[in-house]
Design a protein around this ligand. Structure first.
Ligand SMILES: [Mg+2]
Length: 232
């Protein structure tokens, strides 16, 4: 059966996420140093990161909602300093803006142009990237994330939500992502066809191989062009 739609992971598939996350932590830290120096000195970046991990471990009901984890972390950090009306919204805005100030991989935009001209695209992310803030939303038919759907990848439900939104059967959708478990194993379990976007040249060591493996989005767009021409 020909591929009729593509679902795409975002972080580390369309842009490297770590530089944006690190910069977002620094933006929060700079704001704290300026407005709440006591909180800043009690919670330097590394300590704040450990606190967030502790919050995540202790609140498994938020495992699909990184945004709420971060807001809760801010509340805990301020409460530990005796401040119970933490400026959660302001700090969240600062974090969110920096987290979405991503630098696309050079192959991303040309490939999105080519693929979106052939078939609908859906985004499926566990993170809190916002395609509208980033400026890529016009390429996507539907944008799904774990906090909105209520479960995170690799749960099949988030992939099936994409199929539902498109009105296309999972087996006619190609899911593309960098994470072997979250993207490839998850999408396969939901009945989709799978692409491992392996930008770092790693070896596959996670059970049955993905249907396809590409080093970048250009190679994916090339394959889709060829498959469309061949009626695959
Ligand atoms: Mg990813």
């Amino acid at each position: 059966m020909p591929i009729r739609a593509v679902s795409l992971d975002l972080d580390d598939t369309l842009w490297p996420v770590l530089p944006a996350l690190i910069e977002a932590e620094h933006c929060v830290d700079r704001w704290l140093k300026q407005h709440h120096p006591d909180v800043a000195s009690a919670w330097p970046i590394e300590a704040m990161r450990e606190l967030r991990e502790k919050v995540a471990r202790e609140n498994t009901h938020l495992s699909h909602d990184f945004s709420e984890q971060r807001r809760l972390t801010i509340r805990h950090a301020f409460a530990a300093c005796g401040i119970h009306d933490a400026p959660v919204d302001e700090l969240w805005r600062i974090y969110f803006a920096a987290r979405n100030n991503v630098e696309l991989y050079p192959d991303t935009l040309p490939a999105l142009d080519r693929i979106a001209s052939r078939m609908p695209l859906v985004s499926i992310s566990n993170g809190n990237a916002d395609l509208e803030v980033i400026g890529l939303h016009t390429y996507f038919h539907t944008r799904l994330n774990a906090s909105g759907v209520g479960v995170a990848k690799p749960h099949p439900q988030i992939f099936l939500a994409a199929a539902d939104a498109l009105g296309i059967a999972p087996q006619d959708i190609l899911h593309v992502g960098d994470d072997p478990l979250l993207d490839v194993v998850g999408a396969r379990d939901a009945g989709m066809r799978t692409v491992w976007l392996n930008r770092t040249g790693e070896r596959w060591s996670h059970g049955p191989a993905p249907d396809l493996e590409f080093p970048d989005m250009t190679a994916l767009a090339d394959w889709i062009d060829a498959a469309s021409a061949a009626g695959r």
